[in-house]
Design a protein around this ligand. Sequence first.
Ligand SMILES: [Zn+2]
Length: 192
Amino acid sequence: MVLATVGPGVRLGRLSLVCENDLVSSTELPRLEAVTDADREVIAAQLGRPPRALRAVAARCPSGHPSVVQTSPRLEDGTPFPTLYYLTCPKLSSMVGRLEASGLMREMTERLSTDEELAAAYLRTHEAYLAERDAIDPLGHRVSAGGMPGRVKCLHVHLGHTLACGPGVNPFGDETLALLRAEGWPSGDCAS
Ligand SMILES: [Zn+2]
């Protein structure tokens, strides 16, 4: 009965603090690594262009190449860049692109209007994302990324957030990762 009163929603809320907690010193977190010259070269090859506004490597594929980078909320020329966690692994990006093309995001967005617990968790995801970004450089608005908190518009954003912050922080990132694992990821040069 105690478990029932705590519930999964509360657990999600507590876990979301994993990322919110880092308001002051997010670059000092163990999960964020300084970008080496070798990383920068790999990321440039992954993106097909020089990476912009890199702050840290936020996640790696099992084989070791960067999969997610944390970027500054503004580019070097001051242009706002609201996506805090950017998916760089081409294999993951193309797998996510296929999921998006299947109509999954429309189905996810529809569930937000019927599943109150999911909607509440997604709102917490939005707040955590903003809190972490604002602690780095406030953009002065409440737009996060990926359609949060009312819609699901980009699974690359959500998967990047989940890979950077771990499970229990972003419900749609968690779902996306589970679907990719079901399809056999990591494989190829993402595998260990
Ligand atoms: Zn990869």
